[in-house]
Design a protein around this ligand. Sequence first.
Ligand SMILES: C[S@@+](CC[C@H](N)C(=O)[O-])C[C@H]1O[C@@H](n2cnc3c(N)ncnc32)[C@H](O)[C@@H]1O
Length: 282
Amino acid sequence: MSAAKTPPEDWREANRATWDERVAIHLEAQAYDLAALRAGQGRLHPVEAAELGDVRGLNIAHLQCHFGRDSLTLAQQGAQVTGLDFSPAAIAAARGLAEELGLSDRARFVEADLFDAPQALAAEAPFDLVFVSWGAIGWLPDIGKWARVVAALLRPGGRLYLAEGHPFAMVFETDQTAPDAEGRPGWFMPYMDFGLFKDEAPADYTGDFPALEAGHEYWWDHKFGDILTAIAAAGLRLDWVHEHDQVPWPMFSSLVPAPGGMFTWPEKSWLPLAMSISARKG
Ligand SMILES: C[S@@+](CC[C@H](N)C(=O)[O-])C[C@H]1O[C@@H](n2cnc3c(N)ncnc32)[C@H](O)[C@@H]1O
């Protein structure tokens, strides 16, 4: 596994500022449409919906839960859910939504850093399922430590479900102003150079990609091998790894909308855009 380098001193503070700012944007964004949730029929994206299985009666930890849309969807489907996020704005919005939807007894929300989750969630642990989805692990500097946090939260036999952007797709330029004739984006960075990326002019990924006021943010691209190795090293056994040619945000401007709020390649599926992993604690 690639050695984890010391992250910049301000990584948490800088990233928390951009996430606090995004919450207000997302509460109004079409991409985070809450109508189905408010109607008591929240839906996960098609990938998780097809793979997760019946969650009724499960005790679930939803890590990096944002303002709780998926946490509350899982609660509507009969799970007991604890969402964790380090953004005070996200947790306040999640608690407000839970109350509005009458789900406060099935979904609680804890403000804490991911790496403090074992202590912060001690009262609710151990969990049957740790749920992590879409745009989560890239905000974390240490994937090995992330996997150990997941393992610490699970009961023996409990399961990690992870759905994420595919590391291979991160080699491409997001804003593809001139894709080639078949919609293939240009290169952004070599896979073998993956690691820390500092964005000096962060924008949101919904709507017209509004620029954020917060100054900068940090992102870590984790290689596929490093993610799988971290999961194995934490004592989890893989059930399966799936690769998908769709992802729930316009990862490249050349992607086209697909059913269920997803985006996919315009023509041929050149490379996977997303991956999902199921693994169990022995
Ligand atoms: C793209 S969102 C995840 C969206 C999520 N799949 C959902 O259900 O909406 C990423 C989330 O990670 C959170 N986050 C980033 N770094 C974190 C950290 N170190 N500890 C806890 N939460 C973190 C952000 O506040 C943000 O809400």
